[in-house]
Design a protein around this ligand. Sequence first.
Ligand code: 4AD
Ligand code: MG
Length: 466
Amino acid sequence: MRTKIRQLLSTTDHTALIGQEHTVKGWVKTVRSQKNLTFVELNDGSSFGNLQIVIEAGLKGYDTIIPKVTTGASMSVTGVITQSPGQNQAIELQANTIKILGEAEPEGYPLQKKRHSFEFLRTIAHLRPRTNTFGAVARVRNALAFATHLFFQQRGFLYIQPPIISTSDCEGAGEMFRVTSLDMLNLPKTADGQIDFSKDFFGCPTFLTVSGQLNAEAYACALSDVYTFGPTFRAEKSNTARHLAEFWMIEPEMAFAELEDNMSCAESFIKFLLKHVLENCAEDMAFFNEFIDPGVIERLQKVLDTPFERASYTYAVRVLQKSGKTFEFPVEWGLDLQSEHERYLTEEFFQKPVILTDYPRKIKAFYMRDNSDEKTVAAMDVLVPKIGEIIGGSQREERLDVIEKKIPEFGLDPKPYWWYLELRKYGSVPHSGFGAGFERLLRFVTGLDNIRDVIPFPRFPGSAAF
Ligand code: 4AD
Ligand code: MG
């Protein structure tokens, strides 16, 4: 039976382990050879920490095995746990049997001990999970996904799975990837020379979804509280540290809920995630705090302890205009806020997370509920330090006559939305929801600078490698 390294290192009473025999399996991080002794740091990904393996020269086959114990090689070791005389660890494993499972030739293996740049590591995305940073990111990502389900399940939300292939452009930004099985070299044409999508697989134009929200609304308008958690796609040519072409989104949707309820849910959700990670990923977070983003733990703790600020878009615009700052992009009522504006508001002005509400209706999506001033909508964006927008949401337009007018007004073809309108025709209710970008949450929690480093295999303009 193999023991995971985490199980050994996380045991609080180490003395209880002394003398026990264990078999561990993992990859060699470092090797240090002395005259009659070799020390190996072995990692199996179950924890940040490595287990120190001590191999004595007397071990059977020592001379043939040791040259194969190189950084990156995989091995299985059976031995006895002893108290470690070293400074850095409480216990170590005194090897009795060693089996090299897979060699790693030192000339070829790219992850030798020195530090590598994140840019370089992106070019070896298949090996980067073996580094300290990417192992830690993977464990924190897992913890955040688990905590997401915990949060919503504890509150009685149902987890639903909206389709990935969609006919509607939820955000109305026209940034969709087309899905087709047509022969690109031999496209069927209509009489007026257009591509004949009636001959396509689904009999109509289809795309990868930009959001599961519209489908989630249908289920919320039957089951009250639901959430999605899945991949979404945007064909926006944004080559930035905060955009991916494929990212994961968590979209709760609540019936009988207004903007106020939506804001409370978003704030509780973020705080729940932070608390969970600080409690359950202490070792990984300590690493981020020391090597990636000094102060990140304190920043998260502060967010956890402080009520979020709430302010209107109109107020925020006034604050920005009075700030005396020179921004790259203009600030004017009616224009969308850019990342630099969001970060000024949350980092410098409010110095805490802020929920901005009531944006101009023209810069937001068609489904947001019109306010009575006829200029703004019941929208909300949650802005946090270092990231800017981390969550976007709204109360939904539940009035049939209003939404019927808004769809064409926003330049959308009403045809694919017939079912969305029926939700307003039959038993319509006030309802609200939001979308939380999973990778933005991860950037916030880990302090990593680039969104491409918090998803295992990033997709962005010009790159779909691995
Ligand atoms: O603000 P967005 O576009 O809102 C929606 O999609 C709504 N349908 C959500 C809803 O109300 N159910 O996206 C929501 C969040 C953003 O706040 C951001 O965190 C993230 O998704 N996001 C991205 N993350 C990475 N790369 C991108 N290209 C992203 N676009 C949005
Ligand atoms: Mg948004």
